[in-house]
Design a protein around this ligand. Structure first.
Ligand SMILES: [Zn+2]
Length: 85
């Protein structure tokens, strides 16, 4: 969990924390610094919205991929063969 100990954030700080914010990985304290910045900074607000939109698209595309049932079996066999001495 990332904690940032400054009172007022600059855009560069918010940009650095954007992915952690979107992934809900920031501490409550850092969220309390970032969220007010987003309410008054159009640039950062748009950045977060765009990154969130891209994350949703990527997540939706990954969900559609279904591994073949044989993949788990083949991986187990491969792992067992690589760990056998
Ligand atoms: Zn900003």
């Amino acid at each position: 969990m990332k904690v940032l100990a400054i009172n007022r954030l600059a855009c560069v700080n918010v940009e650095a924390l954007a992915d952690a914010l979107i992934d809900n990985e920031l501490s409550v304290e850092t969220n309390l610094l970032v969220l007010p910045h987003l309410s008054r900074c159009h640039h950062c607000k748009v950045l977060i919205e765009e990154k969130t939109r891209i994350k949703r698209i990527l997540h939706a595309s990954v969900i559609r991929i279904v591994a073949p049932p044989s993949l788990a079996r083949d991986l187990r066999v491969l792992i067992r063969s690589s760990t056998a001495c």
